[in-house]
Design a protein around this ligand. Structure first.
Ligand SMILES: NC(=O)C1=CN([C@@H]2O[C@H](COP(=O)(O)OP(=O)(O)OC[C@H]3O[C@@H](n4cnc5c(N)ncnc54)[C@H](OP(=O)(O)O)[C@@H]3O)[C@@H](O)[C@H]2O)C=CC1
Ligand SMILES: CC(C)(CO)C(=O)C(=O)O
Length: 311
């Protein structure tokens, strides 16, 4: 199976590296700067599950190639519009599009660009970041990529994808309920990224404080109420399940949004917290914790924009 990964960043590079380790036919679609860098250094992964180094196949947007069988999209949400344009030449009528971004709103842009049927559902649980020298640093015991048909059907193409993914030294899990799993991850990450970015520390110290514990719980309940009002396919009791998940993670666990803030990079606040806040307003659902967290993230964005302009 010809696999194209759009973005050789923290998650694309990590899962792409694991597929290369299994000798799958993987190519990365990268931008010029990244191509030069990767040609010099190779793709280096420093992982809790074992280090890897490859000189992978790279293409840039203006090169020629026949369509790929599957395209894994692993850019940030604010890079997606450009990525969609850049990947178009490599997508044919049968190409499966597998998004790995956090959130839900990207499904609309992807289905508009590639058609409802071509877009699968996907998400990942992994703690991965790019070091200054470009090395992918993967730190959590969990390294799961979950994917499936958004209709829940057991199609021939998903069977082929499963064969390509099986045997990889990371957990690639096929799900018959990927829509629901994406919403559940959306709930978890909106809370986890919002709380850790707001409090500027890893999850352990926050949840150890009684007030921290109550804030996480209140936020999860608030987000769940918004999602329920949207008729999102979430399970009853999911706020409690996600609170347990947050409480069982390693104390030093950080969110990717928080790591981006530490590097003074843009965030996905609009895509994660902002999208739900707009829906809450439309539906007149109270969202006091979400409003505070969103405000903090917007102030951060204003600050980095001002800093960038004055440079
Ligand atoms: N990091 C993590 O631990 C986790 C992240 N996620 C989610 O995964 C998504 C990706 O995050 P992450 O991997 O951390 O982000 P990164 O910033 O590390 O990687 C994004 C990559 O996409 C590349 N890119 C952007 N636009 C294009 C384009 N047009 N063509 C080719 N490459 C492009 C960037 O390349 P360039 O170098 O050129 O800028 C960059 O390497 C986000 O939605 C995030 O929320 C989900 C779970 C865990
Ligand atoms: C919390 C974590 C690391 C779990 O996968 C995540 O999804 C993110 O920070 O984007």
């Amino acid at each position: 199976m010809k696999i194209l990964i759009v973005g050789a960043g923290a998650i694309g590079g990590y899962f792409g590296g694991r597929l290369l380790e299994k000798e799958e036919d993987v190519t990365f679609l990268v931008r010029e700067g990244k191509k030069e860098k990767l040609q010099q250094t190779g793709l280096n992964i420093h992982s809790k599950h074992g280090d890897l180094q490859f000189s992978p196949k790279l293409i840039t947007k203006n090169e020629q190639s026949r369509p790929f069988d599957v395209v894994l999209i692993s850019t940030k949400s604010y890079q997606l519009a450009n990525a969609i344009e850049d990947v178009q030449p490599f997508v044919g009528p049968e190409t499966m599009i597998l998004p790995l971004l956090n959130g839900i709103a990207h499904l609309q842009s992807l289905t508009e660009a590639f058609g409802e049927e071509n877009v699968l559902g996907g998400l990942c649980f992994v703690e991965s970041t790019l070091a200054e020298d470009g090395t992918i640093v993967q730190t959590s015991p969990v390294h799961q990529l979950i994917y499936g048909e958004r209709t829940g059907e057991k199609t021939e193409r998903i069977g082929k994808l499963e064969s390509a993914f099986t045997g990889t030294k990371a957990e690639f899990i096929k799900s018959d309920h990927i829509n629901q799993e994406m919403w559940h991850k959306y709930l978890f990450i909106t809370a986890m990224s919002g709380i850790t970015s707001m409090m500027e520390t890893s999850i352990g110290p926050i949840r150890d404080l009684e007030t921290g514990q109550r804030t996480i719980q209140a936020f999860l309940e608030e987000l769940t109420a918004i999602m329920e009002k949207m008729d999102a396919p979430i399970k009853p009791g999911i706020a409690e399940t996600q609170l347990k998940r947050i409480n069982s993670m390693g104390a030093e666990m950080k969110s990717s949004m928080q790591r981006d803030i530490e590097k003074m990079q843009p965030t996905e606040a609009e895509h994660l917290q902002g999208y739900l806040l707009v829906r809450a307003k439309e539906m007149k659902v109270a969202a006091p914790v979400l409003e505070i967290i969103y405000t903090k993230l917007k102030l951060y964005e204003q600050k980095i924009n001002t800093d960038l302009q004055s440079e």
